[in-house]
Ligand binder design. Structure first.
Ligand code: GCU
Length: 333
């Protein structure tokens, strides 16, 4: 396919919109596909920019056989639905928070535990090492039709609230939104609050109406989702270095020719490095926006929070696989 045909197809798919716009296979899988890609972030989020740059790079690396067509703002659905759609092949690829895979294979909880990663550098290095991650990344292929390609960092997640919070006692009785995951619920409860699981897209309104007293996320999400308008205190608890998995329908990667599979992997590694760079820049920009827009940023003593979180990590290391994975990741710190 020449570049013009590829772009024309891309335009057609975007114009069709929604699920009806999911791209049909262009010939056989070996010939390539413009893959529908679901993202639950706004077009200002660095993941959107990194994915669009990946599309250009992937098309070049595969002589226009493969590309990704990014649907932002959760227009293809929330992450819990989209992960199933990727398994069915109704959506080709998606960014799925680490927590969204916990229910499919409990060993994924290891990746979301407090303390598993020291920082972004440690996280990105480990998660691109297939000697460490390969078994986990392919563990859902036979059962669910989902292959994990790698991950984008979410940076450190922090608590933000309507009233200022500096200690676990300040969190007592507050309803704090968390992702729909056991680990996320336990972490926030352990920190002293009352965890309230809820899809990402519903958080702004729930904060605005007072159903929630707060939520927890990185600075970039706090700003791009405009939560800073409705929860004006941001407390650096750094209770988790979060990650987003990039998932693809297994049938698609298995259909790639060997050369395209290699080009896909290499272009993914470039996309990952680009995302990390953008992430660091955009986190700094988000902090500047928070200060400009008068958010109160609190730097509490983290020790009482860290102490309470220790037990959460221990509680989830229940299988040989999860214990071995956790130990291996810590060795790389
Ligand atoms: C971050 C993450 C998303 C996730 C969201 C959430 O923004 O990147 O993948 O959905 O947090 O808290 O739900």
């Amino acid at each position: 396919m020449d570049r013009r045909t590829f772009l024309a197809l891309a335009g057609g798919v975007t114009a069709a919109g929604g699920l009806a716009g999911c791209t049909p296979l262009i010939g056989s899988p070996e010939e390539g596909k413009l893959m529908s890609f679901s993202l639950n972030q706004t077009t200002e989020h660095p993941s959107y920019a990194a994915l669009n740059a990946w599309n250009v790079d992937l098309a070049q690396a595969t002589s226009d056989r493969w590309g990704i067509d990014v649907y932002a703002n959760a227009t293809l659905g929330g992450q819990q639905e989209v992960v199933m759609l990727v398994g069915d092949g109704a959506v080709d690829m998606a960014v799925i928070s680490g927590t969204a895979l916990e229910n499919l294979n409990g060993d994924y909880r290891t990746m979301n535990l407090p303390g598993v990663f020291d920082d972004i550098e440690h996280q990105v290095r480990v998660t691109n090492d297939l000697d460490i991650m390969g078994d986990l990344y392919s563990s859902l292929e036979e059962s669910h039709g989902i292959t994990v390609v790698g991950m984008f960092t979410q940076g450190a997640r922090n608590v933000y609230t309507r009233a200022p919070v500096e200690t676990p006692e300040d969190l007592a009785g507050t309803r704090i939104r968390v992702q729909e995951s056991d680990v996320a619920i336990d972490m926030i409860n352990a920190m002293g609050a009352s965890a309230t699981p809820m899809p990402y897209a519903e958080v702004y309104t729930a904060l605005q109406s007072g159903i929630l007293d707060g939520a927890e996320n990185n600075e970039v999400s706090y700003v791009t989702q405009r939560h800073l308008e409705v929860a004006r205190n941001y407390t650096h608890t750094a209770h988790q270095v979060g990650l987003d998995f990039i998932v693809v329908h297994t049938g698609l990667v298995r259909g790639m020719s060997e050369a395209d599979a290699r080009a896909f992997r290499e272009s993914w590694l470039r996309a990952s490095a680009n995302h990390t760079r953008l992430w660091i820049e955009e986190t700094e920009a988000a902090v500047a926006t928070m200060l400009d827009e008068g958010v109160t940023i609190l730097e509490p003593d983290r020790a009482p929070f860290v102490e309470r979180l220790q037990a959460v990590a221990e509680r989830y290391l229940t299988t040989d696989t999860s214990r071995a994975l956790y130990a291996r990741i810590r060795e790389e710190a």
